[in-house]
Design a protein around this ligand. Structure first.
Ligand SMILES: O=c1[nH]c(=O)c2[nH]c(=O)[nH]c2[nH]1
Length: 307
């Protein structure tokens, strides 16, 4: 049966590019997921395997990262226009470029009043929470006598674009990680906290207020901790909640370390001055721990996935 080639397109999908623009100590984030699909004179590669007209998908990926540096990311639309025009105008066999972009929105984390290192600023200049992501969760257990209330949240994505280091760790023959003195620290917070209220219904906590306050303290601790490891930041987040909310005795975190790797732009003659990052989705470090009020028995399960 004779066959003919129908519609075809190719390119690199889901290039996760994060661009930090540093305006003094105020940072701005653009976080995009960019997919490139090119089409044109591509019969030969399908019919005979000749790659003579094929710009590698790897090159389309590099172009996305290089353009983030060269042209900046003013808007997703503007960035997509630059890319599409480039592929069609620079490659004779390419007649059509479709650039799809998802943009993840971030908002600045508000600072605490008083003893913050960022007094005077309403918002931390380099700390962000991703918009509209999180899910609030709770588990209520009652045995006819006593209550156990565990509340928390998951999928609250946060990022510090500076004030994070990681060095001084153990190095064995398999260690290749370079020490970092200014890295991005990003995680999807999953936290569960346990209330010490168990029975007196007249003295029940105000659940709405407690949730808002616990969330706020946790975010402020994330933003205000100069981090030497995600473990240290986790402990600060937990102890900030325990110290500021007397109704909460225990909190457990599961924090993926969402790695952001600086992209090597040297091959394109470009200097990457901590601006353009590849946001990797896996594998990721997973940092988990419980923070307790001193003297309290831990009760939140180690594995919180079903909680
Ligand atoms: O904050 C971190 N903690 C680690 O334990 C770790 N391990 C690693 O490779 N990177 C990091 N970062």
């Amino acid at each position: 049966m004779p066959t003919i080639l129908g519609q075809n397109q190719y390119g690199k999908a889901e290039n996760r590019v994060v661009k930090i623009t540093r305006d003094g100590d105020t940072h701005h984030i653009k976080d995009l997921n960019v997919s490139v699909a090119l089409s044109g004179d591509m019969d030969d590669v399908h019919y005979s395997g000749s790659n003579a007209n094929v710009l590698p998908t790897d090159t389309t990926k590099n172009t996305v990262f290089a353009f983030a540096k060269e042209h900046g990311i003013e808007s997703a639309e503007q960035f997509g226009i630059h890319l599409a025009r480039h592929f069609v105008s620079s490659q004779e066999p390419i007649h059509r470029a479709r650039i799809r972009i998802e943009e993840y929105a971030w908002e600045r984390i508000a600072t605490s009043d008083g003893n913050s290192r960022f007094i005077g600023a309403d918002e931390v200049k380099h700390s962000f929470a991703r918009k509209g992501q999180e899910t609030r969760v709770s588990q209520i257990t009652y045995d006819g006598e006593n209550w156990e209330v565990i509340s928390g949240l998951k999928d609250l994505t946060v990022m510090n674009s500076t004030n994070s280091e990681f060095w001084g760790y153990v190095k064995d023959k398999y260690t290749t990680l370079k020490e970092a003195y200014d890295r991005i620290l990003a995680t999807d917070v999953s936290a569960r906290w346990r209330y010490n209220w168990t029975s007196d219904e007249q003295r029940m906590p105000n659940w709405e207020k407690s949730y808002e306050q616990a969330r706020k303290h946790m975010l402020q601790a994330f933003a205000e901790t100069y981090s030497l490891s995600l473990q240290q930041t986790l402990y600060q987040m937990g102890s900030r909640i325990i110290n500021s909310r007397s109704e909460i005795d225990e909190i457990r975190f599961s924090l993926p370390n969402n790695h952001h790797f600086l992209v090597d732009l040297e091959p394109f003659g470009l200097k990457n001055d901590n601006e353009v990052y590849f946001a990797a989705d896996r594998p990721y470090g997973l940092i988990e721990a419980t923070v307790l009020r001193d003297g309290v028995e831990p009760k939140i399960p180690v594995d919180m996935t079903n909680l």
